[in-house]
Design a protein around this ligand. Structure first.
Ligand code: GTP
Ligand code: MG
Length: 234
């Protein structure tokens, strides 16, 4: 988090983390597609020749609070390929919360576990306390054969303290739900540390409502709580 009182600006950083090809970039692309053009920044992507992220994807969303603070939400993804660990570590610096995108196929379990460990290591390398930085887990690619059953996902949810969300990111399913969960956790953690409500008058409800006022929630679980406005096509 960067809180600049003089400029009345708050920047919240969310990092999408996980193994190669788990669907991190796809999550950001889906969010970008559904975000109003006047508040969204560019989706910057650096791809290698085979479409995999070499550097990172960054998608900023902006709004102003009732109390006159400018809020920037920055969403980053890390490159999942094993050789890019140094880049993963750099991108993770200063993360306020993490969305861990796992591939829900059983065959991917080992990879998921390895990257979960890698996340903890890189948090420590960045002086982030894994116990302090909230993580939301998304089990993506639920459309593919051999993916975990709903029951197995429930089991994971019961075992850990993280929120767990099933998704089919290519169809946009579970994508905004994951974003909502990770932003809610981020707000709560920042409020505990920096008293956002007290210091800048930003409540959890205003934070989430402002973000999702700019995102088309049609057909998602968020539709009722954050009714979509008409979205102009980009
Ligand atoms: N079947 C299926 N394919 C998906 C889903 N989500 C993403 N994909 C595909 O999986 C491939 C990898 O997706 P990316 O979003 O590029 O994965 P990534 O995690 O950003 O990969 P790296 O940047 O290399 O770490 C692409 O071909 C996507 O279209 C899904 O829910 N189901
Ligand atoms: Mg990527």
């Amino acid at each position: 988090m960067q809180l600049n009182h003089a400029q009345r600006e708050l920047t919240v950083k969310i990092v999408y983390y996980g193994p190669g090809l788990s669907g991190k970039t796809t999550n950001l692309q889906m969010i970008h597609q559904r975000t109003l053009t006047d508040v969204r920044g560019r989706l910057l992507t650096v791809e290698t020749h085979d479409d995999r992220t070499l550097f990172f994807d960054l998608l900023p969303v902006f709004f102003s609070t009732a109390a006159g603070f400018k809020v920037k939400v920055k969403l980053f993804t890390v490159p999942g390929q094993v050789i890019h660990n140094a880049t993963r570590r750099v991108v993770l610096q200063g993360a306020d919360a993490v969305a861990f995108i796992a591939d829900s196929r059983r065959a991917a379990a080992q990879d998921n576990n390895a990257y979960w460990k890698n996340l903890q290591e890189n948090m420590r390398e960045n002086a982030l306390d894994p116990a302090q930085v909230p993580v939301v887990i998304q089990f993506n690619k639920r459309d593919l054969p051999d993916s975990k059953t709903q029951e197995e996902i429930e089991d994971t949810r019961k075992k850990g303290r993280e929120a767990v969300i099933g998704a089919v990111a290519i169809r946009g399913e579970g994508v905004l739900e994951t974003l909502h969960a990770v932003l809610q956790q981020a707000w709560r953690s920042l409020d505990a540390r920096a008293a956002l409500q007290k210091n800048i008058g930003l409540s959890e409800k205003e934070f989430l409502t402002q973000v999702f006022a700019n995102i088309d929630t049609t057909g998602t679980e968020l539709e009722k709580e954050f009714p979509p406005r008409k979205v102009e096509k980009a």
